[in-house]
Design a protein around this ligand. Sequence first.
Ligand code: GDP
Length: 416
Amino acid sequence: MTTKTSSYLTHFRNIGIAAHIDAGKTTTTERILYYTGRTHNIGEVHDGAATMDWMEQERERGITITAAATTAKWTRSGQEYVVNIIDTPGHVDFTIEVERSMRVLDGAVAVFDSSQGVEPQSETVWRQADRYGVPRIAFSNKMDKTGASFELVLNDIRERLGAIPAPIQYPMGQENEFKGIIDIVRQRAYTYTNDLGTDIEEHDVPAEFADKVTEMRAALIEAAAEVDEDLMLKYLEGEEPTIEELIKAIRKGTIEKRIFPVLCGSALKNKGVQLLLDAVVDYLPSPLEVPAIRGHLEDSEETRDYPADPDGKLAALAFKIMADPYVGRLTFVRIYSGTLQSGSYVYNASKGKRERVGRLLKMHANSREDVTELKAGELGAVIGLKDAGTGNTLIGDGDEKVLLESIDVPEPVIKL
Ligand code: GDP
């Protein structure tokens, strides 16, 4: 499945951030966009005012809140990753929209308020993610808040969601005392040294947490061994896995939905979401690691699978329509297979219509980029499609007529 041309996909993460209202989805998303922002070099922005200005501007322009898919970049161990963030509405009224977004993302970050634990809407979204087989990691946010408790979140994941949490981090202090995060896998501690969260100091695990970390790491290795044979062999021999081996096994367990890594932090106080971004890269799947989308041949029982391959036949799904005051109708699409070219003709298999693709856009946190093509695994917006609606399948002009599995629910055009 992994051909030479599609190897770029290894470095793609298409994710959604899901949360109960008020748990901190917006704050977390803004911080992620801040750190991954193309024109905002972390080193250049050191004073709080500049950051807040930037966030306010973003808020006014509404891009971070309303773009159905935002493309960001994150560098991990010298490798650049593309992180596409797909908007997943938190409000319960938007259940259908959440379901629709579940279809186009490959992994999710569930944000919890650590003073509230797992709240009803998080539970709903978790079940939807289960239904769509979406691998996920959990982020226990607001560790600085009065009443914050990492244990509460872990217990709630167990009791309310019926999942077995695998904490891969541990907070150094809680509530007012929250100072930083311990990475259980690496056995390293990270303390934020400024309010912006841009400066992180890495250091040894403080002695007071050493026993706890040893105990948690042993439990993590045990859980990881359950899903990875090589690790199990080592475990039975009493050998320590390397950090890479442990990450690989947790990653496998996460993608198979047998392990749910849990992280912690405060998107507001320390604002550092770098460790969260690292975890997105480390544990959530690339488009090559999720099952291929299935299409149904028209008037037939036959199906076709479309693995992520830019050289394959075009298979794309329109998942959100927005009316933009400047460019008109924007059709957000996910390309599963093949390559969508600007200026080309596509066939809307849902409507039975041939349509011309005008411009193609990638939406970034603070800019829009005109591109000539969108390849398998990518998300972006099409200008020029007149008839495409939410849930419509787009295929190559002249290709056999196939409808992708989707949820067809009528939806009004959202005005920006
Ligand atoms: P959303 O409804 O999930 O998008 O939540 P928001 O991001 O809008 O956050 C809701 C409220 O919680 C806002 O007042 C935020 O300032 C606050 N908040 C978000 N993250 C944190 C955090 O880490 N700690 C604390 N103390 N408050 C937070």
